[in-house]
Design a binder for this molecule. Structure first.
Ligand code: NDP
Length: 244
């Protein structure tokens, strides 16, 4: 199957930012989208917006730190739309801070959401993709993993762990599955709002002033999704021109 029309695409972290923009763009281009995140009111509103525009959407409250929730999201795709073609594992948090602060709970949360959340997505979708004989994993990583800078090391580590797992998955997948990692640079979303204000004040101005709109990353994801089955877009970096 090539193109986007008719594909069933589940997206985690669909309640805001990059996930929301990806859902809107793919639905506009004919995908049936299955939305997951923890805030149901956001998902309900997004699904209604997609349906009002003539698209198809389903949603389920999904906490990616719970395997059962990911299994539920994949099951919802199969119940509502008969299959799952793409899982976009996009949910993520960046609770960045200096290592000296020893914010161990934040480290754990980033590992749980950013790394375990993606692993649980693989655990939920891989058996379905194997059964179908096709499927596509799209995992959102970060330029933070490509250029290591102070404050971001644990966050970057989780993203690079996902990069590593994605490459291993690609190699084990054989010719029936596709695996894509997308590395956004600074993007204007709610992401920065979760960062401690003291830490946020130490970040380069570029992040807030020159961040991309989330649609820029959505277009990159759409590019990977729309390729024919035999074409695997492995690695995409999308950053503002102003980002060092
Ligand atoms: P947002 O904060 O706007 O979106 C993050 C999404 O993740 C939300 O939908 C949130 O939904 C969801 N989420 C957080 N925790 C969980 C959880 N436990 N279970 C399910 N969903 C969860 O930020 P972005 O759109 O920017 O982030 C999307 C991805 O892009 C992340 O992986 C981030 O690391 C990555 N990224 C972002 C960059 C940026 O500059 N913005 C740069 C590089 C990468 P809810 O709270 O409803 O659960």
């Amino acid at each position: 199957m090539s193109g986007i029309e008719g594909k069933v695409v589940a997206i985690t972290g669909a309640s805001s930012g990059i996930g929301e923009a990806t859902a809107l763009l793919l639905a506009e281009r004919g995908a049936k989208v299955v939305l997951g995140a923890r805030r149901p009111e956001r998902l309900r509103a997004l699904a209604a917006r997609i349906e009002q525009a003539g698209g198809e959407a389903a949603w389920a409250r999904t906490d990616v730190t719970r395997l059962a929730d990911l299994n539920g999201l994949v099951e919802l795709a199969r119940e509502r739309f008969g299959r799952l073609d793409v899982l976009v594992s996009n949910a993520g948090i960046g609770l960045i801070s200096p290592l000296d602060d020893l914010r161990v709970e934040d480290w754990e949360q980033m590992i749980d959401v950013n790394l375990k959340g993606v692993l649980f997505g693989i655990a939920a979708a891989l058996p379905v993709f194997r059964e179908q004989g096709s499927g596509h994993f799209v995992n959102t990583v970060s330029t933070a993993g490509l250029r290591i800078v102070p404050l971001q090391s644990v966050y970057a580590a989780t993203k690079n762990a996902v990069r590593t797992v994605s490459e291993g998955l690609r190699q084990e997948a054989g010719d029936s599955l596709r695996v894509t990692v997308v590395s956004p640079g600074y993007v204007r979303t709610e992401f920065a709002e979760h960062i401690d204000p003291e830490v946020r004040a130490q970040l380069p101005d570029t992040m807030e002033k020159s961040g991309l709109e989330p649609d820029a990353v959505a277009r990159a994801i759409a590019f990977a999704v729309e390729q024919p089955d035999g074409v695997d877009v492995g690695d995409i970096v999308v950053r503002p021109t102003a980002q060092a």
